[in-house]
Ligand binder design. Structure first.
Ligand code: NI
Length: 161
């Protein structure tokens, strides 16, 4: 197993739509193991493959109930609304109140290619939506209210100088 450096805001891979996975082989198993190790080391409750520089539709998670991995996830259904202080390992040190649907249901595959479904509300629902966003090349910055987004961008540009 290996801990990868986590890509941060500004890295183009985080804005790139990830590729579907078609090979359910030893490499995929290894990728999932490495992603879990990287996520626990960070620590975080979810991690998508592009965050370690791999543009594939895979994410791992553990919201405190044990580890899981989803390959080729798609959101089937969302409902309700829920405000939650959301952060991202790719935007370290920031948490913002973001309103999203409270409940989400996701379909995908496990590391062996078998179909799986996951669902949940509150933290689970939030994690599912956040990680599927990553695979579409969407960071939570895009979900911020305009003022917060402007403030973050100004701060980020200043830090690049
Ligand atoms: Ni994230």
């Amino acid at each position: 197993m290996a801990i990868y450096p986590i890509r941060t805001f500004g890295d183009p891979i985080l804005r790139t739509k990830a590729e579907p996975v078609s090979d359910f082989d030893r490499h995929l198993e290894r990728l999932v193991e490495d992603m879990l190790e990287t996520m626990y080391d960070a620590p975080g409750v979810g991690l998508a493959a592009p965050q370690i520089g791999i543009s594939k539709r895979v994410f791992v998670y553990d919201i405190g109930e044990g580890p899981g991995a989803v390959v080729n996830p798609e959101i089937l259904e969302t409902s309700g609304t829920f405000e939650f202080d959301e952060g991202c390992l790719s935007i370290p040190g920031h948490f913002w109140p973001i309103t999203r649907p409270e409940y989400a249901r996701v379909a995908g595959q496990d590391v062996d290619g078998q179909p799986i479904e996951l669902e949940g509300d509150e933290l689970m629902g939030r994690m599912l939506q956040h990680e599927v966003d990553h695979l579409a090349g969407t960071l939570l910055i895009k979900r911020l209210e305009r003022d917060l987004k402007t403030e973050f961008m100004r701060e980020w540009r200043q830090a690049q100088l």
